[in-house]
Design a protein around this ligand. Structure first.
Ligand code: F6R
Length: 239
């Protein structure tokens, strides 16, 4: 594991964008796994700038998002599809047919999970996976549990995740109770992973992730077993 410190949140976004930009330059037809949430917003901002300045291009890149809320259509302002359009898809030269995200509002969610895994597999698997870290250690929406799901699946969101994500909704009652998420298998099979962690409130879970036991109760701890992991954080760990 390589641990890189960023002096603050804004630098973290810039450093993450440069890290991703290098990967795109080295491999323009990269298959990129993408997160939503507050942490990667700066990265998307700087990646947009690098693209608009003509330094990189996403024109041959494929992207797969980690997750989507069940029940929200892609035009719902709190859906992750909407987030991606607003922060990234509409700003860079990614081709529409090359961007994918689980569809949370389809009637057959089981079929959607199979479609998603199949699409990832047909693309050759994830080359570089970018992750954020949930306050309870979730990656994607793989929540603390007794077991880890390998494949894309529907998950019941934990009370902690619903609480954490209430900030994006009018109230906690409006937060969807379920999501579709890429499984731990697709994430761990990625050739490279970049984990972004920002803010003091994540200190405890970041410490547990890398200095605690590998446990399904802290899903992010599985990342200890990945062979090519970079952690980019603005939290100084003393250990
Ligand atoms: C979002 C996702 C989640 C977030 C995590 C951290 O697509 O997969 O695992 O990365 O909840 O979210 P923020 O960055 O908002 O703290």
């Amino acid at each position: 594991m390589e641990l890189i410190y960023a002096p603050d949140n804004s630098s973290l976004g810039q450093m993450a964008a440069r890290w991703v930009a290098r990967e795109i330059l080295l491999c323009p037809n990269l298959v990129l796994g993408l997160p939503t949430g507050s942490t990667p917003i700066g990265m998307y901002h700087y990646l947009t700038r690098l693209t608009q300045e003509g330094i990189i291009s996403f024109n041959q890149t494929r992207t797969f998002n980690l997750d989507e809320y069940v029940g929200l259509t892609a035009d719902h302002p709190q859906s992750y599809a909407f987030f991606m359009r607003e922060h990234f898809w509409s700003k860079v030269d990614l081709r529409k047919r090359n961007m994918d995200i689980p569809r949370g509002a389809v009637s057959n969610l089981a079929a959607e999970c199979l479609r998603y895994d199949d699409a990832i597999q047909r693309a050759g698997g994830i080359g570089v996976q970018i992750l954020g870290l949930g306050p309870n250690g979730h990656i994607g929406f793989n929540e603390p549990s007794h077991n880890m799901e390998i494949h894309t699946h529907v998950v019941d969101l934990s009370a902690e995740t619903i609480q954490a994500n209430t900030r994006f909704f009018p109230d906690s009652g409006a937060v969807p109770r379920q999501a579709i998420t890429m499984g731990v298998g697709s994430i761990m099979r990625a050739q490279k992973i970049l984990l972004l962690v920002s803010g003091e409130s994540k200190r405890d879970i970041l410490t547990k992730t890398f200095y605690g036991p590998v446990s399904t109760e802290v899903p992010s701890s599985i990342l200890q077993l990945h062979g090519d992991l970079t952690v980019l954080t603005d939290i100084k760990l003393l250990k």
